[in-house]
Design a protein around this ligand. Structure first.
Ligand code: GAL
Length: 823
């Protein structure tokens, strides 16, 4: 074939690829009870295989061989001929074996000459390789690689061809491997080079392939990734009558035009199939088609934080009677409304947003957070009385988004980069497309604190970004988190639906008066400092006391920030900076401090005093009463005691003697300063004059033993299931000793320790290995079960203390990692 013929062939293929197949607009008969004709329960021909195992890892860069000769130069420019470590033939036998998720920065020591915001961990460049086999039966199917998150610049080769570059540390990479795959005995070689010198934020971002990886095998004609959108909306006929407009994107990687029936069904897990719709669609080879269907449903059980009721939408495509592909999405029926005077309404009921901002990392594991730890964190936030989360300042792990639906959180999803150029608009588009089914998402935030926010250019950029969101989802408002420019004549405030205000609480009223018709929420506030378990500040030692006395100059204390929001009906709610501490940004300190002081909980999810302050502020339905601090002082010390309560009145008793009775103060909390004497303090809380709750803090004896407390009763043998274990030192009466700082060594059988922490922002101890000191009485070990059912056994020892043993049953499960890999 000469050059001219080659050109003709390529352009013809490109033309075909660009054509969308026609979609029949005809919807067939609707409700199909009592005997539904459904394929939703037949086996799904789609295979979703974990690719978290089988990886080889090399820390450091491997330079590409220098090109000197013409032949090498010529060949290096060809598909399938990648060189050096990107070449399929490169010998990686000496590389480390690792499993995903993998944050290579979390293995690095904490060193003074590394970046402060990255938690003083060096990041650098690293390589990953994996070998895969596809069976002869896979031939003709569509094979997609999904890399959920890589920090930060990723280059991906498959069988020697460069197949993707992704410069977002937060967005997924989906790669169609079909054209390059080989089948049968030959190994396919996947290579990822990660350049984590690049940073996208001023917080800890992790490094490497820190989220899950998947191989998805589908029919050549299939539902595109993130291609089923089914989010219920109330119909104008009345709130009891709902519809789900379903939009399905079909892909055809085959060589012939495909005719399919697209079916979408709404399922209730207890009742079964509720409603079905069908349309036909035609998809040309290498083309895409959109199918639109509608599911009607009356009087659904509504989704809310208190009752996060989920329904399933099963969408599948049929070729005649054969199911080609099937996708399950979840949905929730709920309405939302931001009112410029009255704030936020969910299902037409007013609801103040009691929210936290979160970064994605956790102690011990960095950004490679296992699903079990994600679940632990969300349960902690529920116990806090929190109903909303702002995912600052980037897209999250998809398991986290699913968990938000299940646990019932109202989510502000946030885009990372403020940029209206094509690459960045594509990142925003990806975020909305992936996450728009989640009932939890109530707001799309297009940026956080941008210097151009009060300029015409900023306004123009937000207009474009908002249009990208609206093209995909008109059901949620667009917002932006502004830290200035609120009084500018033209700002992004004029291009969003809801204005998000970061800090600047003294400007709330000015803005509202000037713009009475623009809905407003705090998008970020507080930024107060606390070290867990410390009650006397010592700036030289980087210690912040727990009485909520100190905040960043731009922030407020926990108490003042909530008061400013709670007292204004027109402010939809608050998002405290932050729910948990995170690695990096140790403001107001620098080295050796290496994680933040802002959290309501520490890096491990252990409660600081701020936890009880927010419980008292946020929880209305159950009695809250907590006492701070511990009661292990020196005789004669004058101790400030804080009670946090949502009750009408609270009494403090010191060693049984009344120290005072006060009206409960949910904004300020209640305080006494009393002389210390060993024994106990007790708080008694009253509602309408009746004692409803009492709590006691006792002086403990010296630590004599360790104690291990599992988060969940069992783990499943998927090979990836993990959970945090709480480590305490206890006295002779089994009471947790608040000042214990013992150095604890761990041994594990039939499992792995994947991370350790203790919540001390100044600790330089590694987060990997098997040793961790208690910090003010607590530490955390994250354990992971293997792929075999049985028991995981963890043992903790420390000099002078009785050892502790924990046995966690590991229940049988289908291993997640079923893709054939070599390592
Ligand atoms: C905000 C910013 C956050 C964090 C915080 C610390 O201005 O949006 O990312 O840096 O300050 O107080």
């Amino acid at each position: 074939m000469n050059r001219r013929e080659l050109f003709k062939t390529i352009s013809a293929a490109a033309f075909v690829a660009g054509v969308s197949g026609p979609v029949s607009s005809q919807a067939f008969a609707q409700p199909v009870s009592p005997v539904p004709d459904t394929h939703a329960t037949t086996a799904n021909p789609r295979e979703v295989l974990s690719l978290n195992t089988g990886w080889r890892f090399h820390m450091g860069d491997i330079a590409m061989p220098l090109l000197v000769t013409h032949e090498d130069t010529y060949n290096s420019a060809k598909a399938g001929r990648a060189r050096g470590a990107a070449s399929p033939t490169y010998d990686d036998a000496g590389w480390d074996r690792i499993t995903l998720p993998h944050d290579f920065a979390s293995f690095q020591p904490i060193v003074a000459d590394a970046n402060v915001d990255q938690g003083y961990r060096k990041r650098g460049i690293a390589w990953y390789r994996n070998h895969l086999k596809f069976t002869p039966a896979d031939k003709g199917r569509h094979i997609e690689l999904q890399l959920d998150g890589i920090a930060t610049f990723a280059t991906v080769w498959f069988n020697g061809t460069l197949v993707a570059r992704n410069w977002s540390g937060y967005n997924s990479t989906y790669i169609d491997l079909t054209p390059y795959a080989t089948y049968g005995d030959a190994w396919n070689v996947l290579v990822v080079r990660v350049d984590a010198e690049a940073m996208e934020g001023w917080w800890y971002e992790g490094a490497g392939i820190y989220r899950d990886a998947w191989i998805v095998k589908r029919d050549a004609l299939h539902i595109a990734t993130d291609g089923a959108f089914a989010h219920p909306v109330p119909s104008p006929d009345g709130p009891a009558d709902w519809k789900i407009p379903v939009e399905v994107t079909l892909n055809n990687a085959g060589q012939a035009t495909g005719q399919v029936t697209v079916v979408s069904e709404l399922w209730d897990d207890t009742v079964g199939l509720l409603v079905q719709d069908k349309v036909t669609a035609t998809v040309s080879p290498l083309g895409q088609a959109l199918a639109h269907l509608t599911l009607h449903h009356n009087r659904p059980r509504l989704w809310s934080p208190a009752d996060p009721q989920l329904y399933r939408v099963e969408t599948y495509i049929l070729d005649g009677d054969k199911t080609l592909d099937k996708v399950t999405t979840t949905c929730g029926f709920r309405t939302e409304r931001f009112d410029a005077q009255k704030g936020f309404f969910l299902n037409d009921t007013h609801m103040k947003l009691k929210g936290v901002c979160l970064h994605q990392d956790h102690a011990g594991v960095g950004t490679a957070v296992p699903d079990g730890v994600i679940d632990f964190r969300l349960r902690k936030l529920k116990a806090l009385g929190c109903n909303a989360i702002r995912f600052s300042h980037n897209a999250q792990n998809k398991a986290l988004m699913d968990a938000c639906d299940r646990h019932g959180f109202l989510v502000m999803a946030e885009n990372r980069n403020f940029n209206a150029s094509p690459d960045y608009l594509a990142q925003l588009e990806w975020l909305v497309r992936r996450d728009r089914n989640h009932p939890s998402i109530i707001l799309w935030s297009v940026f956080n604190e941008e210097p151009m926010q009060a300029t015409e250019q900023g306004y123009e950029m937000v207009r474009r970004m908002s249009a990208v969101v609206k093209a995909l989802d008109t059901t949620r408002p667009v917002t932006a988190a502004m830290n200035g420019g609120l009084d500018a004549p033209l700002s992004v405030a004029h291009a969003v639906d809801v204005v998000g205000i970061n800090y600047q609480q003294d400007k709330y009223d000015l803005f509202h008066t000037a713009h009475p018709n623009i809905p407003v929420s705090s998008s970020e506030d507080t930024s107060a400092f606390m070290t867990r378990g410390e009650y006397i500040s010592n700036k030289d030692k980087h210690i912040m006391a727990s009485y909520d006395d100190e905040a960043a100059p731009w922030g407020e204390t926990h108490r003042a920030a909530w008061k400013a929001v709670a007292e204004r009906d027109y402010i939809a709610g608050q998002f405290v900076w932050t729910g948990f501490d995170y690695h990096g940004e140790p403001t107001p300190f620098t080295f050796p401090s290496n994680s933040s002081y802002f959290g309501i909980m520490d890096l491990c999810g252990f409660e600081k005093a701020a936890f009880y302050i927010h419980q008292a502020q946020w929880i209305n339905d159950t009695p809250v009463l907590a006492l701070v601090p511990h009661w292990n002082w020196k005789s004669g010390d004058k101790v400030r005691v804080m009670a946090c309560t949502n009750l009408d009145e609270v009494e403090l008793l010191v060693n049984g003697k009344l120290a005072g009775r006060q009206a409960g103060n949910r904004f300020e909390m209640n305080y006494w300063t009393v002389p210390y004497a060993p024994g106990h303090i007790e708080a008694r809380g009253y509602r309408k004059g009746k004692l409803v709750k009492a709590v006691r803090v006792e002086t403990t004896g010296p630590a004599i033993a360790l104690r291990l407390i599992a988060d969940r009763k069992s783990l499943s043998a998927t090979g990836l299931d993990a959970q945090p274990v709480r480590v305490e030192a206890v006295d002779a009466k089994g009471r947790s000793v608040p000042l214990a700082q013992d150095r604890v060594t761990f041994e594990i059988d039939d499992g792995a320790i994947i991370g350790l922490g203790n919540g001390d922002p100044t600790s330089l101890e590694p987060e990997k290995g098997n040793v961790r000191s208690l910090f003010n009485g607590l530490a955390q070990v994250i354990v992971q079960a293997g792929g075999k059912a049985g028991t995981l056994r963890l043992r903790a020892t420390a000099p002078g203390l009785k050892a502790a043993d924990l046995i966690i049953p590991v229940t049988a499960a289908r291993p997640l990692a079923s893709q054939a890999t070599k390592a």
